[in-house]
Design a protein around this ligand. Structure first.
Ligand SMILES: *[C@@H]1O[C@H](CO)[C@@H](O)[C@H](O)[C@H]1NC(C)=O
Ligand SMILES: *[C@@H]1O[C@H](CO)[C@@H](O)[C@H](O)[C@H]1NC(C)=O
Ligand SMILES: *[C@@H]1O[C@H](CO)[C@@H](O)[C@H](O)[C@H]1NC(C)=O
Length: 476
């Protein structure tokens, strides 16, 4: 009897801790030369108690691995497919092939993210005509298929869809050039009980504005507060989210739920993008999320998706060199720094990806004995333009290398991103392959991982690779 009581009590305690753990989500972008296998990602999420994932497409092969895992999946529709999604027949097909069969396989889908930050100023309004029709079509097709109550379509918006004012959140509103459209979209979301998805980046405010008070980007106080009537704002996240609340109020949709679709801090490629600041940001953010206090105007729990799971070495660096370093984990799924997703402040290294298959322990470095030194600048440029040298620049983790180290770093990146192809380490005699790891305590010289994150590698692609190999052997 006593034992039973103890067991019940233990169960109760377990239940309590389970309830207490903050439900956090994470984005998984795959713009990299090699991606982790989705089954590895599933295991990583489970090992770290992350139970939601946001994808940037809805590729069947990837999505199916999340079936029966208890991990909720947000599907994505890339911007370049929006015009296709203005035709209802295409959308019906998409629901059939990319939603219905996945649900049947036990994938828990709750949201569909239509487009991605379609109103970014750099896009010059390219998606202004297609985004709203696409959104409406997706929700309609979901409704018609009988999923409308369970699955909601929404649009991930950059926080630049509303203007912030130094006079405080109450002065904010949707950007004048898209305001009419935003009002229609927001009211559509309201009518469908769908949430507003917003990406908030205190780091970018700091990066874009040299006068931005550094402390305001974090959650530790210390910055001059922004006073808005009787509310005092001590951090950028609260001020920004409440600017959205004001914008929604002005658009006639004051009560629609808000989800933070992306938030995070990069760890490399910029003077403010480093592990120390990322850790400070996440420490404060996780604590804030665990407190469930929300913001002054949006109190309570806020559903959140961190950006991002892993680094992506093929992302455009037009926004900045930090762009390839948003990962909580490195390119190979290994942790970068200690953290506590549950916000209890007991930081420990997160659990990395297991059974990662690396290519051979080989690196390409500068061949110090080489003659044609005058070719070096051109070769570095060639290697860097075709690989990723964003850690080399000022503020980057590899900025302290010697000149020879610089050359080696560039050569190695190119070599690894070309799957250690011997020819990719030639550089007209300036490169050589070595077995000794040239990494320093600050600067990692990568070894590429075997790409499994693509459907092509698994099936047809693997086959044609074999065929190509056979053909080349035959020719030989
Ligand atoms: C739907 O799935 C197919 C097959 O995997 C894929 O080619 C297509 O890109 C997916 N659609 C979207 C919007 O991701
Ligand atoms: C947007 O316009 C600018 C200036 O006209 C141009 O340089 C840029 O390429 C355009 N971008 C897109 C995505 O069309
Ligand atoms: C290495 O390259 C980086 C980026 O180009 C540069 O800032 C740095 O000064 C270089 N180091 C040496 C010792 O040349």
């Amino acid at each position: 009897m006593a034992l039973v009581a103890v067991l019940i009590w233990a169960n109760f305690l377990l239940l309590m801790t389970a309830i207490h753990v903050e439900c956090i989500g994470v984005n998984w972008g795959t713009q990299a030369t090699a991606n982790l296998h989705p089954s590895m990602v599933v295991q990583m999420l489970k090992d770290n108690n992350i139970n939601k994932i946001k994808l940037f497409d809805s590729d069947h092969w990837t999505v199916k691995y999340f079936g029966e895992t208890g991990i909720e999946v947000m599907l994505g529709i890339p911007n370049d497919q929006l015009s296709k999604f203005t035709h209802y027949d295409n959308v019906k097909d998409w629901v059939k092939h990319n939603v219905s069969s996945q649900l049947h396989d036990g994938v828990e889908i709750r949201y569909v993210a239509v487009g991605n930050e379609p109103f970014l100023k750099n896009y010059n309004g390219s998606f202004a005509q297609t985004i709203f029709p696409a959104l409406k079509n997706v929700q309609k097709a979901l409704n018609e298929a009988g999923f409308g109550d369970k699955i909601k379509a929404t649009i991930p918006q950059n926080a630049d869809v509303y203007d912030s004012s130094s006079a405080g959140p109450s002065q904010g509103n949707f950007r004048a050039d898209i305001r009419d459209l935003m009002i229609q979209i927001v009211n559509f979301l309201k009518d469908n009980n769908a949430p507003f998805l917003v990406n908030i980046y205190p780091f970018l405010s700091l990066y874009q504005n040299p006068d931005f008070p550094v402390e305001f980007a974090f959650f530790d106080g210390g910055a001059k507060p922004v006073q808005d009537n009787n509310i005092q704002y001590t951090n950028m996240f609260d001020a920004n989210l409440d600017t959205l609340v004001w914008s929604l109020r002005k658009a006639g949709a004051p009560n629609i739920p808000i989800i933070v679709g992306e938030i995070g801090w990069p760890t490399d490629g910029n003077i403010h993008g480093n592990i120390k600041m990322a850790q400070q940001f996440y420490n404060g953010f996780f604590k804030k999320m665990a407190s469930k206090k929300g913001t002054p105007l949006y109190p309570g729990h806020i559903e959140t998706y961190l950006f991002s799971l892993t680094d992506e070495n093929q992302k455009s660096i037009a926004p900045g060199n930090f762009e390839r370093h948003w990962g909580l984990f490195r390119y190979d799924g290994q942790p970068k720094f200690a953290m506590d997703f549950s916000g209890q402040g007991s930081n420990k290294m997160p659990v990395g990806a297991k059974n990662v298959q690396y290519l051979a322990s080989k690196w390409c470095v500068y061949n110090a004995g080489a003659k044609n030194m005058d070719l070096i600048p051109a070769k570095i440029q060639y290697a860097c333009e075709r690989s990723d040298c964003t850690s080399l620049i000022y503020g980057g983790s590899c900025n302290g290398l010697s000149m020879q180290g610089n050359i080696s770093y560039a050569f190695n990146m190119y070599f690894q991103m070309n799957n250690q192809d011997v020819e990719a380490c030639d550089f007209q005699g300036l490169g050589k392959i070595v077995q000794q790891n040239p990494s320093t305590s600050e600067c990692l010289f990568q070894v590429a991982i075997q790409s499994t994150g693509s459907r092509l590698r698994d099936g047809i692609g693997g086959m044609s690779f074999l065929v190509a190999l056979l053909i080349s052997l035959a020719l030989y």
